[in-house]
Structure formats: structure tokens, C-alpha cells
Design a protein around this ligand. Structure first.
Ligand code: T3D
Length: 263
């Protein structure tokens, strides 16, 4: 069975590359093969002009249970967990952040360990009401990875990040929304339709403008106001040269809906 399903369904969700983690019997835990599937999907997202938004979800009752713990050779004298981060998790998160296209995540069930932080690395996260986020690392004597120590304090604040990491307590989707960790918690039955609707809306949007928003908002975490104002100027200058800006203004003047092409 393919550990990652990737599809671009022009009839159902035009412009949306759907990426489904597909190891439902193991709650879609990360294996080397699953990482390979995600890396290939990212390459397609980066290079295929027909892809204007990503929609990531999980097959079955879970979203992702983090690293597949059966994949490590525990009989080895020394285990270098840094290698897996260097070669798989960290490049994945870097590519997701750098992708100048929006990434929507539909968390359909439990998201634990690196699975929780993989979800938080997406740009807009929706979760089913029955889903939960667990920083499971403490239970196996590790530290949050996959960007968790970056995203958690920025999204939820130091206290909540620290307590989630140190206790490994389950955070419900409702609380994740209340805490600002995710965009929306929706009824289980509505997750697929709501996330597809959002991804389709973004895929028909001004892609360069959305990509610039992503850069500006993420870079703001490390910029002072002066640097951020300069960045906004540079991005505005750049995307102001695009066709979508002209189309947006023309549509406003002509009192019609804009037809953005993503250029
Ligand atoms: O190694 C490195 O590269 C270091 C990097 C680490 C990054 C990390 O992600 S560390 C954290 C790893 N994840 C965990 O520690 C979470 C482990 N899983 C759980 O705690 C529970 O499964 C859940 C709370 C997520 C869900 O519980 P529940 O009761 O709903 O499901 P379950 O029965 O525990 O799991 C269902 C099946 O999935 C089960 O398989 P089985 O017995 O039916 O054949 C279970 O073993 C399997 N499964 C769940 N999580 C993992 C897993 N198999 C391998 N690895 C997993 N992480």
C-alpha cells in the first residue's frame, strides 16, 4: 500500500494537491517510505504550476502518530536520532514553510509527536472535533521536534507550550482552537467538505500574493518593525508587477469577481 496518496482532482478541487497520509492501521505514523512520499509530493508542489494549494490529511481514524517507533533498531549500542531529523523531518518542515503556496491541514483524528507538529507546520489548520494534539515526546524520553519548540510557544505562548511538552497531555481540537493553535475545529462530518472548500478557495486566489503573505507573516517572528516594513515594501513591489494585481483592480472597477491565474 502506498504510504502517501497524492492527487490533483481538477473537477472536485481545482488547483488543490491533496496529500493523504496512508498507513491507517498505524495511525499514519512516519516511516522512511512515508517521508519519501511526502518529499516527492513537496517536489511536485514546488514545480507544478497547476498546483496552487496543498491539502494534507490522514486516512482512517488518526491523522499521524509521529515517528513509527518500531522503525528504530533499539538493540544498537548508540542511536543517532539527529540523522533522521537532518535528512527527513527538518527538510520537510523547511520546504513547507518556504513553499510560496498555501498549505491547508485537515486533522481528521489524533495528531501525536511529530504528527502534531507536522500539522502545526501547515499554514491553516482545521481539525475534527474528535481530534486531539499530543506532544507525546515526553512519554518516550525525547524533546518535541518537527518544529514543535518553534511553533508551540509562538502559537500558544510559553506557559502552554511548556506544559504541553512537559506533561504530554492530550489537547482537544476545541481547546486547540481556543488557544489559537489551529484555525478552526469543526464537526467530524464537516471536516472534509470544509477543508476542501477552503483549499479550493485558496487555489483560485492570487497565488503570488498568498505566497508573499506567508513569507511576511513567518518572517515577522524574527524581524523588528523596521525590517518588517522593508519586507512588506519589497514584497508589495514584487507582486504589484504581477497579472493578478491588475486583474484584482480591474475586477473591482468593473464590479465583477476577479479571475486570478496565480501569476
Ligand atoms: O525516532 C526518531 O526519529 C525520533 C523522532 C521522533 C519524533 C516523534 O514523533 S516521537 C513520538 C512518537 N509517537 C508517539 O510516541 C505516539 C505513540 N502512539 C500513541 O501514544 C498512541 O498510539 C496514540 C495516543 C497516538 C493513539 O492511541 P490509540 O489508543 O487511539 O491507538 P493505538 O491502539 O495506540 O494505536 C493503533 C495502532 O497504531 C497500534 O498498532 P496495533 O497494536 O494495532 O498493531 C499502535 O501500535 C500503532 N501506533 C500508534 N502510534 C505508533 C504506532 N506504531 C508505531 N509508531 C507509532 N508512533
Amino acid at each position: 500500500m502506498d504510504p502517501v496518496l497524492v492527487s490533483l482532482d481538477a473537477a472536485r478541487c481545482p488547483g488543490v494537491l491533496r496529500i493523504t497520509l496512508n498507513r491507517p492501521e498505524k495511525l499514519n505514523a512516519f516511516t522512511t517510505a512515508l517521508h519519501k512520499g511526502l518529499a516527492d509530493a513537496m517536489t511536485r508542489a514546488e514545480t507544478d504550476g497547476a498546483v496552487r494549494c496543498l491539502l494534507i490529511t490522514g486516512a482512517g481514524r488518526g491523522f499521524c502518530a509521529g515517528q513509527d517507533l518500531s522503525e528504530r533498531d533499539m538493540s544498537a549500542a548508540a542511536i543517532d536520532l539527529g540523522e533522521g531529523l537532518d535528512t527527513r523531518y527538518n527538510p520537510l518542515v523547511r520546504r513547507m514553510h518556504a513553499l510560496p503556496k498555501p498549505i491547508v491541514c485537515a486533522v481528521n483524528g489524533v495528531a501525536a509527536g511529530a504528527g502534531a507538529n507536522f500539522a502545526l507546520a501547515c499554514d491553516i489548520v482545521l481539525a475534527a472535533r474528535s481530534a486531539a494534539f499530543i506532544q507525546a515526546f515526553v512519554k518516550i524520553g525525547l524533546v518535541p521536534d518537527c518544529g514543535g519548540t518553534y511553533f508551540l510557544p509562538r502559537l500558544a505562548g510559553t506557559q502552554r507550550a511548556m506544559a504541553l511538552a512537559m506533561t504530554g497531555e492530550r489537547l482537544s481540537a476545541e481547546d486547540a482552537e481556543r488557544w489559537g493553535l489551529i484555525w478552526k475545529c469543526v464537526d467530524d462530518a464537516d471536516l472534509a467538505a470544509e477543508s476542501e472548500k477552503l483549499a479550493t478557495q485558496l487555489a483560485s486566489g492570487p497565488t503570488a500574493s498568498l505566497g508573499a503573505m506567508k513569507k511576511a507573516i513567518y518572517d515577522s517572528a524574527n524581524n523588528d518593525l523596521a525590517a518588517q516594513l522593508d519586507l512588506e515594501r519589497d514584497l508589495q513591489r514584487q507582486i504589484g508587477k504581477g497579472k493578478d494585481y491588475r486583474e484584482g483592480v480591474a475586477a473591482f472597477i468593473e464590479k465583477r469577481k476577479p479571475r486570478f491565474t496565480g501569476s
